[in-house]
Design a protein around this ligand. Structure first.
Ligand code: AVI
Length: 320
């Protein structure tokens, strides 16, 4: 089956145009920054899939275990004849656990920023679930959530796994949850949230021995070279990912190893030796602090599942 990819109505601009403008604006700031949503071109999405399989990256394994363990209970809470809307869908692996447990889901709407990657993974899902209505949407779910309603207006259930909520600052996470609630038209949200834990464990997860996270981080620069003709020297920057215990988040940076000038779309960009470029935050929550934020966003936290080591949590939030 050939699946047609539609774009979210408010996200029709070329992703590369957005990348160039955002990069120039972010690198003109002090301190410099690059928005983390630009990690996910085709190469970055594949690198992220490799991160999910790393021994140090406990998140994916633990969330998959929790989904598998509690799939029937989750399916019961979600109900029948629903449309699953997945935000930042990625590899579409985890949703298969839900699809297998749900009785007669009406449709599945995965949203992702990486169109090429989405097209590929949707093709293989369509082959495995031939009876399911699939409606892939390309777009930035953090900016636009006006998802067109399907014929018959099936009840929606949101799915936001992977603790991607942690990549938003708490105030932005709160407004994103509010927008999701509005976009779900009264339906609930199943969301994965990484938990506060031993800093050494967190540090290892973002500083893996095989160096895949470093490649993922540097892909921002490689992508600028590929797509925008920039001349970043990838060996001139180092991956740096400390845990900020006071803010309960991993912070990711690319640190310039020397004084250097880079060219981007005719603009010279200067980096001092040791200058950091902030590329990502990954906030960690306690079960209680996340439930409190969800309640402030207008959800009723109805159920939560966690593992024996309390590494990761999955929450079912009902719309109030
Ligand atoms: C997608 N997101 C939840 C990942 C995280 O853990 O914050 C992105 C990531 N960054 C480095 N490793 C993984």
């Amino acid at each position: 089956m050939d699946t047609v990819l539609a774009r979210l109505p408010r996200d029709i601009a070329s992703p590369s145009a957005g990348f160039a403008d955002s990069l120039l604006a972010g690198l003109a700031k002090t301190p410099k920054e690059i928005a983390c949503k630009y990690f996910y071109d085709d190469t970055g999405s594949r690198l992220f899939d490799r991160i999910c399989e790393l021994p140090e990256y406990y998140q994916t394994r633990t969330e998959t275990l929790l989904l598998t363990r509690h799939a029937r209970e989750i399916a019961g809470l979600m109900g029948e004849e629903i449309e699953i809307v997945e935000f930042g869908a990625g590899s579409l692996r985890k949703v298969r656990i839900l699809l297998d447990a749900l009785r007669c889901p009406r449709a599945y709407t995965p949203l992702d920023i990486s169109g090429d990657y989405l097209a590929e993974v949707v093709r293989s899902l369509a082959a495995d679930y031939p009876a399911l209505t699939l409606r892939p949407l390309v777009g930035d779910f953090s900016a636009a959530l006006d998802i067109p309603v399907l014929p018959g207006s099936p009840r929606r259930a949101g799915f936001f796994p992977g603790s991607t909520i942690g990549n938003f600052r708490p105030d932005s996470a709160l407004s994103l949850l509010r927008r999701m609630r509005a976009g779900l038209n009264g339906g609930g949200l199943l969301i994965g949230v990484d938990l506060v834990k031993d800093p050494a464990r967190l540090h290892a997860a973002y500083n893996d021995a095989a160096g895949v996270t470093a490649l993922f981080n540097k892909n921002l620069l490689a992508r600028a070279n590929r797509e925008l003709g920039a001349d970043f020297d990838l060996d001139g920057f180092a991956h740096y990912a400390p845990y900020n215990a006071a803010a309960q988040r991993i912070e990711m940076y690319l640190v310039s190893l020397k004084r250097q000038r880079v060219h981007l779309k005719g603009h010279p960009l200067d980096f001092a030796q040791g200058e950091p470029v902030h590329t990502e935050d990954s906030h960690k929550y306690t079960i209680e602090s996340f439930r409190e934020m969800a309640a402030r966003a207008g959800f009723n936290p109805r159920a939560v599942w966690t593992d024996e080591e309390r590494l990761f949590s999955i929450h079912w939030l009902e719309s109030r």
